[in-house]
Design a protein around this ligand. Structure first.
Ligand code: PGA
Length: 249
């Protein structure tokens, strides 16, 4: 049984005060949501406020990135021990916006994933193809390359602790969701990669989330696909009512 993870990525939105206000509304709406794990990933500057606001609840807090070193001369980076020290438990790694605007590569995704695991955080590792890749029929090849150069560098023990998020870049923030069939097919392809490298048990147990224009009105149909083990939500996770309705699909 793969317990679904309903996760939110706030990107570069909200102040600490707005974070506190969000959770005041959101918490009661998901108090009984025991069918899934709930993870919200605010900007680093709000981790503290978020952890305080979810104390005693079923909601977990994650970062949106993680430095690969424990500490050192890495201006602008935040390390695993720092994230752990504020009480967060997860870290998104390799989001397409980091790949697109901040030179994130499969190699650095692997380093950050290894760091998250070393310091006891659960990595949510993002993969996904561009529109041009899909239109030219290269989706599976692109995903396979991302997998081989990134996640495949983990040991079996490390792999058992990660979560994968499949986010087609053409569906992020565009209002164009992948159809449930496209998402499920692609999840199957990713799971086949996992099976090839880490074996059947690993493939059967890894949770693969879908992300890209998930909204309250399409969450149910996406979650109805047995291949989809949860969601990573951007825009619709900023509003407590809409994210709660996604969580409670
Ligand atoms: P979106 O973003 O839900 O706004 O499309 C998803 C993501 O980037 O994780």
């Amino acid at each position: 049984m793969r317990i679904p993870i309903m996760s939110g990525n706030w990107k570069m939105y909200k102040t600490p005060a707005e974070t506190t206000a969000f959770f005041a509304k959101f918490r009661p709406l998901v108090e009984k949501s025991s069918h899934c794990e709930i993870v919200i990933c605010p900007p680093f500057t709000n981790l503290d406020a978020a952890v305080a606001a979810v104390k005693g609840s079923n909601i977990r807090v994650g970062a949106q990135n993680i430095g690969w070193a424990k500490e050192g001369a890495f201006t602008g980076e935040i390390s695993g021990p720092m994230i752990l020290a504020v009480g967060a438990s997860h870290a998104i790694i390799g989001h397409s916006e980091r790949r697109q605007y901040f030179n994130e590569t499969d190699e650095t995704v692997l380093k950050r994933t290894q760091a998250a695991l070393e310091f006891g955080l659960t990595p949510i590792v993002c993969v996904g193809e561009l529109l041009a890749d899909r239109e030219s029929g290269h989706t599976e090849a692109v995903l396979a390359a991302q997998f081989q150069k990134g996640i495949a560098g983990l040991t079996e023990q490390q792999f058992a602790k990660i979560v994968i998020a499949y986010e087609p870049v053409w569906a992020i923030g565009t209002g164009k969701t992948a159809t449930p069939e496209i998402a499920a097919d692609t999840h199957r392809a990713i799971r086949a990669q996992v099976r090839g490298k880490f074996g059947k048990d690993a493939a059967d147990s890894v949770r693969i989330l879908y992300g890209g224009s998930v909204k309250p009105d399409n969450a149910r149909i996406l979650m109805a696909q047995p291949e989809i083990d949860g969601v990573l939500v951007g825009g619709a996770a900023l509003d407590p009512v809409s994210f709660a309705s996604i969580v409670n699909f």
